[in-house]
Ligand binder design. Sequence first.
Ligand SMILES: Nc1ncnc2c1ncn2[C@@H]1O[C@H](COP(=O)(O)OP(=O)(O)OP(=O)(O)O)[C@@H](O)[C@H]1O
Ligand SMILES: [Mg+2]
Length: 581
Amino acid sequence: MIGREFRGIGVFLFSISGIINVLALTGAFYMLQIYDRALTSGSIPTLAALSVLAIGLYLFQGLFDVVRAQVLVRIGARLDRLLAPIAHRVTVDMPRFGFSTSEALERGRDVDTLRGFMGSQGPMALFDMPWVPMYLAFVYFLHPMLGAVTLGGAFVLTLLTIWTELRSRKLSLASQQANVTRGAIADSNARNAEILKAMGFVDRAVDRFSLANAEHLALQTKTTDIVSTYGAFSRVFRLLLQSSLLGMGAYFTIQGQMSAGAIIAVSVAATRALAPIDLAIGNWKGVISARTAYARLRETIVALSGATKPLDLPPPKDSVKIEKITVAAPGTGRILLSEVALEVKAGQALGLIGPSGGGKSTLNRAIAGIWPALRGNIRLDDADLSQWDGAEIGKHVGYLPQEVALLDASIIENISRLAPVRDPAAIIAATKAAGIHEMIVRLPDGYDTQLGPMGTALSAGQRQRIGLARALYGDPFLVILDEPNAFLDAEGEQALNKAIAGIRARGGIVIVAAHRPSVLAEVDLVAVLQNGRVTAFGPKSEVISNSAPKMPVNAPAAAPRAQPALVLAGVARKSSAGEGA
Ligand SMILES: Nc1ncnc2c1ncn2[C@@H]1O[C@H](COP(=O)(O)OP(=O)(O)OP(=O)(O)O)[C@@H](O)[C@H]1O
Ligand SMILES: [Mg+2]
């Protein structure tokens, strides 16, 4: 797709480069003509006419040069417009698969690198390269020996370029990697600013960053050393070559094998012949980074363009079936869930309980389609998650993660999931269901309050309720709540329970992971997750009475709070009574 779009422009650039390169012979021809016509005849009018002609040709060359540079910059901008959204999509997706934010942001920088390169001198070298033979032929025509020397010079310079490339490639890759590591540490330090301050280990965090920084610097210095040493060497070689050509030209002129004008013409043409190689050398770092960036972007574009948009299925309304799924940790590949099988029907709510690290959040992530299942299927109305279009299924899913993350945007944008058109009724229905409408309208900017980075304008409990409202927005069929009451007060818990009852009443499905049992009041099914396996699953009354003595739902956390309808208290009484009998 991109290839075809840019092919026409490529042909245009190639042609315009041809014109520029032919015009660049002006200087050489001018000198030849002056020596051969003006000087021999001693005619001032000839000299004047030649000069006017040369000036005109130079102006044209300049004009075409400007056009070419402007076209290249616009190609860069066009590429950027085309690639930036794709690259950002990859950036957004990478953390889900275990990459650091710093690594993920690298994709966006790849686009910048590419655009920067297109605006630099680098691509000019590429378009001038095919015209090198023309200049070589010109020099060869003036004197074969000089043509051979220029060719030899071009060959040596090319060899030098390849040699530098070979010597610096590994280093520049390592340096790039070190840069990512350094970025990851900086990122993590900034995120932990509060902890670093409160417990006074800012200095140590800075030291850790400095270490990574030093490593990056060392690699960077080494790479630059190689590239600049080679640059100096090739410059000296260029001077030598240029002078040799002049010297040899003088020798051949003395021998009567060519005219004095040809000496200067050779010098001018040889300079043009070597110019693209010079340019490539001068922009070598840019060429390398643009190439790496392009290769990475190509990979991701190929991967993304392979995916076809699935058929739009009717909205789910019957069931969620989890069929023997195995889920592995992204990045490490450690198995976190094995053979988990559950089924929840419309109007039911499933409570997930079990010890910390049991796999509740992992299961929630799998059902929400964040982490793919290695084996088994997750079906919404019998269609596997992979058969749904991402944006389409998103409308029917509400997800409240355990660690609520809010976008750096307004409350409205957060709750409505960045909907382009405001739907006040849907937003207020969601905030009322989450019991947060009154709190929002009391804020100075109300629904338009900007939440700041990571939602810092709100308290933890308020953030959780905004997250809940976002999960409830648009009455999705499946609502997944991960520890939704962790930061809630009694009033918030009541609202939450009402919301769960409301979803069930309208024929939706709720899946809720919980340590604090109050949230299980409105739940009719319970599954116990331990070590990534379901150890019990069924109606709440059965599961809890069977597993409560072995598997308390984190009773200590619940104990200090006065819970009017403590499911577990009832269960505990029931089971101890059972044991007693
Ligand atoms: N991003 C991750 N990468 C690798 N392993 C992970 C990741 N997240 C969780 N795990 C591992 O998966 C296992 C299950 O974690 P999970 O978060 O699902 O537990 P949980 O039941 O939700 O616990 P909690 O009650 O503390 O929230 C843990 O052993 C944990 O180490
Ligand atoms: Mg969890």
